[in-house]
Write a protein that binds this ligand. Structure first.
Ligand code: GLV
Ligand code: MN
Ligand code: MN
Ligand code: MN
Length: 397
């Protein structure tokens, strides 16, 4: 393991660390799919692949693949992750898996390893869904979990569609590529407070999803409308946030309402419309479904009291993922009985796991914070992650 050092990791990491860093007080990174920072990172990826004599292919869905060996030959082993971030997100969520993939190739080459199977380092598009609303957009398109015609029409806050951002209608399902994969291993920074060793192995991803609540009321004057005469959708929304929190606490699940759009969004006007997004996750699908149904019922009951209206729309839903148990145990054993842990965070590896034997490696996050600027991983732990990934890829190729 000592043929790769913290300094080796830090040297390459320093190249991407400044890209997309927020200049304002929010801190963290603003790396939206196909935006300026993401495009700079994708260019950087192409350049790094080129330096390693790794040809780069694209799958018609915005996903990039750098190749050691013949592209899409049978038995390909795929690693990688995503460059895009949530607004003011951490620097490691995503890019760490791609940089580690490139560095693992270096480690194996320095050791004189010649893989028997092709190895691909992937950069998946729009994993966070921060721009177009649907997480794991690139991997869902690749696997056929998302219809390309539906995906093409998704728009960002400025009205730009996926088709416009991509410069084409997405190609959609590519069984011709997927069927050639023998294994997928995504390395990712751990995103909670669950890992107390430098490297762990994922067992499962909780089922999760995103639901949009549209609350409609009557816009009116803040000074002249008596309290008793109001139909204020913000009130219904606020009650729904509290209800989601309470229902999640009661069921041991997680519920977050972290995004809101208000119209007209004026200090001195009662809003006419409030849109709020619920992100909900639970250890099993039944608990998740009960949670979402309970929030919906309580929002509707409250809307009747407030004289407002509420509609709920499912924007995405991800089933529970159990990573390949044989592969997971094999990786853990290979890494000296590395801890095996589940996660509440979604990943492209989860989408791919329905088609290919898939596993994940996690690198310790000492702050336990993610999707926020405080996310961190030490250079030493990241180097341990690269060494672990190299070992796993050597074993699988
Ligand atoms: C993506 O990182 C998610 O879990 O929301
Ligand atoms: Mn994320
Ligand atoms: Mn991620
Ligand atoms: Mn994720």
């Amino acid at each position: 393991m000592d043929d790769f050092s913290a300094g080796d990791f830090a040297a390459l990491w320093a190249q991407i660390n400044p890209i997309g860093r927020a200049a304002d007080d929010g801190g963290g990174y603003l790396r939206y799919a196909f935006g300026a920072a993401d495009m700079a990172l994708r260019d950087w990826f192409r350049g790094q692949a080129d330096r390693r004599d790794m040809p780069v292919t694209e799958d018609g869905n915005g996903n990039l693949f750098a190749w050691w060996g013949s592209p899409w030959a049978d038995g390909t082993v795929l690693t990688g992750s995503h460059f895009d971030s949530v607004p003011h997100g951490g620097g490691y969520d995503g890019p760490l898996g791609i940089v580690s993939g490139l560095l693992a190739v270096d480690v194996l080459r320095n050791r004189g390893v010649t893989p028997d199977r092709p190895l691909a380092v992937a950069a998946f598009a729009e994993e966070e869904g921060a721009r177009f609303g649907v997480p794991c957009l690139g991997s869902r398109l690749l696997t056929g979990a998302l219809d390309p015609a539906d995906a093409a029409k998704l728009t960002d806050a400025g009205g730009v569609s996926v088709a416009e951002a991509l410069g084409r209608t997405p190609a959609g399902a590519r069984p011709d590529l997927l069927d050639r994969l023998s294994a997928v291993v995504e390395l990712h920074v751990e995103q909670g407070r669950a890992l107390d060793a430098p490297v762990g192995v994922a067992s499962a991803i909780w089922p999760h999803g995103r639901w949009r609540f549209d609350f409609a009321g009557t816009g009116d004057h803040a000074g002249t409308t008596r309290m008793a005469d109001r139909h204020d959708p913000m009130l219904t929304y606020a009650y729904t946030v509290l209800a989601a929190n309470k229902e999640a606490r009661l069921s041991g699940a997680q519920a977050t309402m972290g995004r809101i759009v208000v119209e007209p969004n004026a200090t001195n006007a009662i809003p006419a419309v409030v849109r709020g997004w619920l992100d909900a996750r639970a250890a099993d699908a039944a608990t998740l479904d009960q949670l979402v149904a309970a929030v919906r019922t309580r929002a509707a009951d409250r809307a009747r009291r407030d004289g407002t209206r509420v509609e709920m729309h499912t924007e995405s839903r991800s089933a529970e993922v159990s990573f390949d148990p044989v592969l997971t145990r094999r990786l853990s054993a290979l890494l000296g009985d590395a801890p095996i842990l589940p996660t509440g965070a979604g990943h492209d590896a989860g989408v791919l796991s329905t088609h290919v034997p898939t596993a994940m490696l996690f690198v310790r996050n000492p702050t336990g914070v993610s999707h926020a600027p405080g996310e961190h991983a030490s250079d030493a732990d990241c180097a341990a992650g690269v060494a672990a990934l190299a070992r796993v890829l050597e074993d699988l190729t």
